[in-house]
Design a protein around this ligand. Structure first.
Ligand code: SAM
Length: 441
């Protein structure tokens, strides 16, 4: 029953806008995160249908259950894999099962559909998350791409070489390719499962979306450099930075949340990272003139954000507009403070700013305000064709830089997560590559 109680608690918090679904699941420290995550995502997807069934069968009145708990239980009873609890809860639900099933059947007849999935609005029947390939980053601190590919081939996967165009990322069964842009990234068919795989458990591979790989890739700190990961937990980007630095140099990683930092410590240990120094500290209170940071030239800033760009976690339930506005304003203010603070490190050369938000308040507007307050940064505007606007309009994409004397570059890599799979971002990404190759370090 613990699974259902925890899932209901998370859905309740998400409804009250107390955090993004993924963060709430992650922070719950539930022993089976994957199972919990699947249950909350699916229950949320079917939420309106479950609510209709619960209301028309008067389940809450009969069982004294709260709505969110009723939803997760009814989801598993009618749509999921069957109830995974015993005792009085199961007995209670089983007693009402015939009426619940009958209501679901009536609903399907009314809507002239045969499958549960068909009850969902067209937009929800297949989420973008269902179509996205599974990206896996090779942890070059522990393995090489060649060795990992060989291992996977021996394990029954079929390697199709490097992807040359977007279409090559539409993969089936056990086929996999090397990513178009990042050679350390292998791409598998959607939902390919690696959590129990030896390579994952041994820290040879990291399950990390392409969007999440871009910030460290763009920051590109050389081995031996001094780097800050300002808001670091749970640490996938930190481990990526360490791999790029070949574990040489100093990697200062901060996070305010002790629990997330503890998880991060385990992750870094498994990934073989040794050049890091973790601090459970408010990044905004880090002394930018501290002697230990005097050689910091690279900063990765991935601050807390609304998470509105996370494909499989998008929560489209109507938020109260005023509350949503206030929440975004507060996040944007924090993000701007972090940016301004980062720019105070005396030897800073390059900074990557990333969010997984699709809100301009957390992206363009933060960057614009930062520019205004730091006039020594130059502004470059990249134009690219937008998939989102039916490939018609040019969407401005912002990149800030100050080339002399210390070639400071500030990237705005937001939007990547949400739209990653579509040509929009790959197009933007190409622009980055062009710019990147022409930088003078
Ligand atoms: C988007 S997450 C970072 C994800 C991480 N970069 C990764 O790739 O795994 C944002 C993190 O910022 C942390 N955070 C929030 N406020 C902070 C602050 N003032 N100082 C340091 N960390 C903070 C949160 O605890 C959270 O772990």
């Amino acid at each position: 029953m613990a699974l259902y109680i925890k899932a209901a608690e998370i859905l309740q918090k998400a409804e009250m806008k107390q955090g993004a679904l993924k963060t709430l699941v992650y922070d719950s420290k539930f022993p089976s995160i994957k199972q919990l995550f699947a249950l909350v995502c699916e229950t949320q997807k079917f939420s309106s249908i479950l609510q209709e069934i619960i209301e028309s069968t008067k389940l809450l009145k009969h069982t004294k259950l709260k709505m969110t708990l009723a939803k997760v239980l009814v989801y598993d009873l009618l749509i999921g894999q069957g109830l995974k609890c015993g005792g009085t809860w199961k007995a209670k639900m089983m007693k009402h099962r015939p009426r619940l099933q009958a209501e679901l059947a009536r609903m399907k007849v009314r809507r002239k559909v045969s499958r549960n999935e068909d009850l969902l609005p067209a937009s929800a029947q297949q989420t973008p998350g269902d179509q996205l390939p599974r990206y896996v980053r090779m942890n070059t601190l522990k393995t090489s791409v060649e060795d990992a590919v060989d291992y996977l081939k021996r394990d029954g996967f079929s390697y199709l070489g490097q992807a040359l165009k977007l279409d090559n990322l539409t993969l089936k069964n056990k086929d996999f390719v090397m990513d178009l842009h990042l050679p350390e990234l292998l791409v598998f068919s959607p939902k390919t499962e690696f959590h129990d795989h030896f390579l994952y458990k041994a820290g040879h591979i990291i399950l990390q979306d392409k969007a999440s790989c871009l910030p460290a890739y763009l920051l590109d700190p050389p081995p031996g450099s001094h780097v800050i990961d300002a808001c670091a937990a749970p640490g996938n980007k930190t481990s990526h930075l360490a791999a790029i630095m070949k574990n040489r140099g100093r990697l200062f990683a901060f996070d305010l949340d002790g629990k997330r930092l503890a998880t991060m410590s385990t992750l870094l240990l498994r990934a073989g990272v040794t050049c890091h120094q973790l601090a459970n500290q408010d990044f905004l209170k880090v002394d930018t003139n501290g002697p230990q940071y005097k050689d910091v030239e690279y900063i990765l800033l991935d601050p807390s954000c609304s998470g509105s760009g996370m494909v499989c976690l998008r929560d489209d339930s109507a938020a109260h507009p005023e509350e949503e506005k206030a929440r975004l304003a507060s996040l944007a203010s924090f993000q701007l403070k972090c940016l301004n603070h980062s720019l105070r490190f005396p030897r800073l050369k390059r900074l990557v700013y990333s969010t997984c938000s699709i809100h301009s308040q957390e992206n363009e507007e933060v960057i614009a305000a930062c520019l205004q307050q730091n006039p020594n940064f130059r502004y470059l505007l990249c134009k690219c064709t937008s998939f989102l606007d039916s490939c018609q309009n040019n969407v401005p994409f912002h990149m800030l830089s100050q080339c002399h004397p210390h070639s400071i570059c500030l990237f705005f890599s937001a939007l990547f997560t949400f739209y990653l799979h579509f040509s929009f971002n790959l197009c933007v990404f190409d622009q980055f590559l062009c710019e990147k190759s022409s930088w003078d370090r």
